[in-house]
Design a protein around this ligand. Structure first.
Ligand code: ADP
Ligand code: MG
Length: 231
């Protein structure tokens, strides 16, 4: 397996009036292409901070982070934005679909923004997440789980190298979460996308190839699950 990224002793400290908050306190790991990582940890443990550093939305205050062998830009919003455009996809907890556009149009819009309009591929992506019958519906006319699957199709439309999600099943019931995760796994396998998902739901571990647990800004365990890596 090829190494996709590596963090070495990564730190994200906040200066606050009450003192220094070590949101990330020396994080080190490597992620290989095709892995599906689930990041587990209690509230306040640093999960969102770690995702924001992985996607170069936020700048670490110490340590190293390299992606495909190159140092990831920090403290430079232009370079950080182009790093994200090139490499990162993101699935939000609250779908963020445009309500006045149909399911298909939501995908086409993203392709257009990336200068990659291709309606055949847009339909293929929607088929991949099991929404071939819903392409012409509006987000308000489909269920929450279906909306999240549209959001997944949208997030992979630009073929990101790394797909990230923060509590992306957080407001779905268990059965719907499972459907969403199954769609996600098959899309990631088919498109050869590496993923890191934050959750506090132990039930999602079965979809991961690897589980990293963090607490107080530190990794406390890092285990492969024995599920196939799918590549
Ligand atoms: N802008 C900020 N200023 C100060 N402390 C922060 C800031 N953002 C996050 N933190 C602190 O960093 C720690 C990790 O937060 P976060 O990454 O949001 O945790 P999680 O996503 O696991 O709930 C928490 O103690 C939080 O209070
Ligand atoms: Mg969080």
């Amino acid at each position: 397996m090829n190494k996709l990224l590596q963090m070495k002793n990564l730190e994200r400290h906040y200066e606050t009036p009450a003192g220094v908050v070590k949101a990330l306190d020396g994080i080190s790991f490597e992620i290989f292409e095709g892995e599906r990582v689930i990041l587990l940890g209690p509230s306040g443990s640093g999960k969102t901070t770690l995702l924001n550093c992985l996607s170069a939305l936020d700048s670490p205050t110490g340590g190293n982070y390299s992606f495909k062998g190159r140092e990831v830009p920090r403290n430079n919003s232009e370079k950080m934005t182009s790093f994200r455009r090139e490499n990162i996809g993101y699935v939000f907890q609250f779908f963020n679909l445009l309500q006045d556009l149909t399911v298909l149009e939501n995908i086409l819009l993203i392709q257009e923004l990336a200068n990659k309009k291709n309606s055949l591929r847009a339909k293929e992506l929607l088929e991949l997440v099991g929404l071939e019958a819903e392409v012409d519906r509006f987000p308000g006319e489909i269920s929450g789980g279906q909306q999240q699957r549209v959001a997944i199709a949208r997030s992979i439309a630009k073929r990101p190298t790394l797909l990230l999600g923060d509590e992306l099943t957080g407001n779905l019931d268990t059965e719907t979460s499972n459907k969403v995760m199954e769609a996600l796994v098959s899309a990631c396998k088919q498109e050869n996308i590496t993923s890191v998902f934050v959750t506090h739901d132990e039930g999602l571990v079965k979809y991961a190839t690897r589980v990293i647990r963090i607490d107080s800004g530190k990794i406390i365990s890092d285990e492969r699950t024995g599920n196939d890596s799918g590549v």
